[in-house]
Design a protein around this ligand. Sequence first.
Ligand code: GLC
Ligand code: CA
Length: 541
Amino acid sequence: MSFKEKVIYQIYPKSFLDTNQDGVGDLAGIKQKLPYLQQLGVDMIWLNPVYVSPQKDNGYDIADYKSVNPLFGSMEGLEELIFAAQELKIDIMFDMVLNHVSTEHIWFQKALAGEKKYQDYFILRDQPTDWVSKFGGNAWAPFGDTGNYYLHLFDKTQADLNWRNPELREELYEVVRFWMDKGVKGFRFDVINLIGKDEELKDCAENDGKPAYTDRPINHEYLRDLNQATYGADSEIITVGEMSATSIPECILYTKPERHELNMTFNFHHLKVDYVDGKKWTQMPFDFTRLKELFHTWGTQMSEENGWNALFWNNHDQPRALNRFVDVDNYRVEGAKMLASAIHLNRGTPYIYMGEEIGMVDPDFTSMDQYVDVESLNAYQEMLDAGKSEVDAFEIVKAKSRDNSRTPMQWSSEKYSGFSTVNPWISVGKTANEINVAKELQEGSIFSYYQKLIRLRKDYPLIAEGSYEAFLPDHPQIYGYLRRLGKESLLVINNFFPQETTIEIPDEFLTGKILINNYEDEVIDKNIQLKPYQSIAIYCD
Ligand code: GLC
Ligand code: CA
C-alpha cells in the first residue's frame, strides 16, 4: 500500500495512557490500546519523541538518540510495541529531531569540555546574529566561558547541530539506520528545513531572522544525502518533513518523487489564519477566505507539480482545531466531521491527532499554574513584560498554548479520564466526563465517521491518487474541491459556518452517489441546501 492510501495517527506518548501509575503515559499504554487503533483503521502511528531527554521541550531536547527514556519504558518494551503493532498491521513512525540536541547530550558536553571534534558538531560564533529564538529571546547563548556563542533556534537547552560537518551527518544517519533496524517504518523529521545553515550567518531583521536560515538551498542536498544513506533503498519506509515557515515551491522540491528527498511535508500556513499579522500570541477569529485560498493554492500546485502534502488540523503544537474553526458550543459533532471530511477526502496523506476521533476540545484551564509548556510560559512572561495585564495575557495563552492538545487522552468518565489513577503530569480537560472514548463508542458518531473516511481512502483509488481542483472558490461559506482520476470524479463540499447556505451542483454529479454526509438526508438535487457545518461528498464515474 502506498503512502497515499494510508492514514497516520499521532500519539503524544506522555498523555496517551499511563500503565504504571506515575502520572505519565508510557509505551505499555500504547501497546494496550493497539486494538482501539486497529478498530479505527489507521495504518501507522507517529510517536512524539520517546528518547532519553531532560524534557525541557518534552522530548524534543534529545540527550541520547539510541535509548528509550525510562519515563516511557525500556528498549525491550519498545520492541514489544513495534512487534505487537505489526501483528495488527500497524507500523510505527518515529520522530527524528536532527536539527538540534539537548545541551545534556554527550556531544555538547564534550564540546563544552573543549574537545575540538565535538565543537565542530555545533554552530559556534564569536559574534551572535540578531536572530530571534522561536521560543523567545535572542537565538544565541554564551558557550561556557569561551567567549563564543552557540546557536539555538529553539530553547537554549536545544543546541543547533552543524550539518556542514560530514562527521556529524554520518552520526545522524547512523541514528536513522539504528531505528530502521529496530523495525521502525516511518520517520517524521522535526523542523527539517532548518538544518541547512549558510556558511556565513548574517543579521536579518525580517521576520525574526527566519529567511536567513529557512529553506536554504543546501537543505535539499542534505535531504538527498540523508535519503541515500538511510531510507532511500527501502520503499516501505514513509517519510514526512516538518517544515517551518516554508513555501509551496520548496515543498514541491522536498517531495517530488524523482528528487529522492521526502515523501511529504507538513506546513502550517493554514493554522496561522487566526494570527494577527502572522504573530502567534494574538487572538482573532479565523479568516475563512485566507484559509480557503491556502488550501486551494497548495492543493492545486502540489497536484500539478506532483508534490505531496501531509494533511492535518491538529498536532501536539496546536490548540484543538474544534475550538478554532467551529462553533464548538453548538456544533461540536457536526463540525468535527466536517473538518475531518475536508482533509480525509483531500489530496495528501491525512493525520489524526489522538482524541480528534472523539471530538476532544481544549481543556479550559483556569490558571497559569496548569501550563507546563516552555513556549507558553515564555510567551506569558514576554506579554507581561510588554505591558499586557495578567488577565489579557492569560486569555491569549489559553487560546494559543500547545498544552491545549497535550492534556491526557479522555478514555472514560472515571477519575483522571481513565488515563491514570494518579494525578497526571498535566491536568485533564474539563470536558472529560462528556467527551471520552467509552461514551463515544457507545453512543457517539464521530469515531464511526472517521472509520468510514479511512475506509473510503482505501476503497476509492480516486481519493488517494486523484488530482485536485478548486470548486466554488469565491463562495463565502463553502470550502469545496473536485478530485478526478480517469473517468471518476468526486465533489467535496464543506460548509464552514453555522449558517445554512444553498449551492448548485454541477450536472455531472446529479446522478452520482453520496459517499459520505454528516447529516442524514441522502438526496441530490440541483440545488442543495447545506445545514450548519454540513459536509457532503458526491462520487460519479
Ligand atoms: C517542532 C516540534 C515542537 C518542538 C520544536 C523543536 O516544531 O513539533 O514540538 O518544540 O520542533 O524541536
Ligand atoms: Ca507511566
